[in-house]
Design a binder for this molecule. Structure first.
Ligand code: ZN
Length: 151
């Protein structure tokens, strides 16, 4: 069986204060802020910039004891993870497991935007926490034939 990935879905940057950080990417850099969402399953609030593949996602912990909160305490603000969009998350997880990359999630779990996600430990991915994501299609992705569907 061949595993297929579509490419970089997003990079996630952990920030201390979401509202305070948004203007830097939106106003100073000029990225379009497309979505702000709280993801209770991961105890984070996220701000997503751009459409489709290659989005930038700011994440901010909403509790003191989550993984993201601990990351922020120990390492400060910065790159948190990269996310690769895959066609079949179970087979991607299987394939990485066989390649010796330890998975943090044994099963896919709910992520932002109704996707299913699973994290691969940085020690198996050359030091970068890596999220696997199997979408529904991004609701903000331009629809072929003109026009753009907004959430
Ligand atoms: Zn992510």
């Amino acid at each position: 069986m061949t595993v297929r990935a579509k490419g970089l879905d997003h990079v996630a940057i952990v920030v201390r204060d979401l509202e305070e950080s948004i203007p830097l990417w939106r106003d100073a850099l000029g990225l379009e802020l497309t979505h702000v969402e709280e993801v209770p399953e991961q105890a984070v609030k996220t701000a997503i910039f751009g459409h489709g593949m290659g989005r930038v996602e700011l994440i901010c912990p909403t509790t003191q004891d989550s993984g993201v909160a601990k990351f922020l305490t120990s390492r400060g603000e910065g790159l948190h993870h990269v996310c690769i969009e895959v066609e079949d998350i179970e087979s991607a997880m299987d394939s990485l497991r066989k390649a010796g990359a330890p998975l943090i999630d044994k099963e896919p779990r709910p992520g932002a935007g109704g996707a299913r996600v699973a994290f691969v430990h940085p020690k198996g991915m050359r030091g970068v926490l890596t999220e696997l994501r199997q979408g529904p299609p991004d609701p903000a992705t331009p629809v072929s034939g003109g026009g753009r569907r907004r959430p």
